[in-house]
Write a protein that binds this ligand. Structure first.
Ligand code: HEC
Length: 123
């Protein structure tokens, strides 16, 4: 009985820990995202420099109607943005989508993962 209570307590502790680790990563990603805010909004507002990233996870690439400057390459990429696809694109945009006009690469894996975790919070 005691054992069972202890393992239940351990379980909920682990849950709380992994949750806060995730929140921490997204927080780091938000800080790293300053490199992106010059071109991208996160609240759905239009910028001429880049599509808004609000709701980016789950969205089709090049699908923000208000943004008119998408490259033919990104329009034709047939990507749907998952965390994995975002990771590959942000690592080396023009390697993943040859001809994309997004030039900012994030080669550092830890930084990239944090940014993707942050992007996932932009609903
Ligand atoms: C100098 C401006 C600029 C900066 C800085 C920039 N981007 Fe971009 N980004 C663009 C442009 C332009 C596009 C559209 C590319 C295309 O059409 O090929 C784009 C596209 C994207 C897309 C695909 C959006 C869609 O609707 O399919 C994602 C995701 C993205 N950028 C993430 C980022 C992140 C994360 C950062 C920061 C690490 C960043 N960008 C920094 C200009 C920028």
């Amino acid at each position: 009985m005691t054992h069972r209570i202890v393992s239940l307590a351990m379980l909920s502790l682990c849950g709380a820990l992994s949750l806060s680790a995730h929140a921490q990563t997204a927080q780091e990603g938000k800080a790293a995202f300053v490199a992106c805010t010059g071109c991208h909004s996160v609240d759905g507002s239009a910028k001429p420099t880049g599509p808004t990233l609000k709701g980016i996870v789950g969205r089709k690439a090049a699908s923000v109607a208000a943004y008119r400057n998408y490259s033919a390459a990104l329009r034709g990429s047939k990507i749907t943005w998952t965390a994995q696809e975002l990771d590959a694109y942000l690592k080396a945009p023009s390697t993943r989508v040859k001809g994309t006009t997004m030039m900012i690469a994030t080669p550092d894996e830890k930084r990239r993962k944090a940014i993707v975790a942050y992007l996932a919070t932009l609903k």
